[in-house]
Design a protein. Sequence first.
Length: 285
Amino acid sequence: MPELPEVEITARRLSEALAGATIESTLAPGINALKTFDPPLHALDGQAIAGVRRIGKHLVVDVGDELHVLVHLMSAGRLQLWDKRAGLRDRTSRLLVRLDDGRELRLREFGTKQAAWVKVLRGDEALAADDAVATLGPEAWPDPPQDLAALLEPHGARPLQAVLRDQRVIAGIGRSWVDEVLWEARLSPFKRGDDLSEEEAGALREAIVGCLGGAIDHYEQTVRLPIPDKMPIPLKVHRHHGEPCPRCGTTIEAVHYEEQVLCYCPQEQTGGRVLKDRRLSRLLK
């Protein structure tokens, strides 16, 4: 799933290219992706795009004086700008925003789940009040809360790897970057949210800012339009189980879940303990 750094660079690149462009027409081939009906999608036709920005993991295309297109890419969506228009037989297309200069802003989605969605909202108040936005916690970047211990304490029964991915607690971090953040902070993914010392909370905040900001800096140097289907994600730990830790050389271990894998360095994060891999536990039953 695209997370804060990937969504941020997408918003920046699209905003640079789209600001001032006029929408000629709109189509929703993936009709189930459109989650609103008032205002209608065609209210965007003839309007100028003011820019593209990010809220949490969401993209917001600001159109005209008061319309906003709120987009969530979910796990397999991509919002991309193309010089040529898609054919209506393109099964990946969910939303087509056709510009009067021949270009097309296209929401595509791969796989069969079809979970990406779009909402057309009228006015800043409607955008802020939408459930997808109103329920978000504070932004993880560029300035997460100074007192992370106080933010996480009410969720103390849950491990850090879960609570940091909860968008209602802090917005922007997902499966990939939570591994990177916890590795950078040298914290166990299963440490409780209410068990952070002042020093650990400070290290966690520093790791969040550093990891997410570093990824965005990397993308600024490597990502150009059209936005690639697969981002050059600068991961050091996530998806690297079985490889040596970049800091100490210990083998990166993993805990597998049904739809995700959690990666960590046992030497630096769990006191030398290798955590039980639930995938192996199921095989041994």
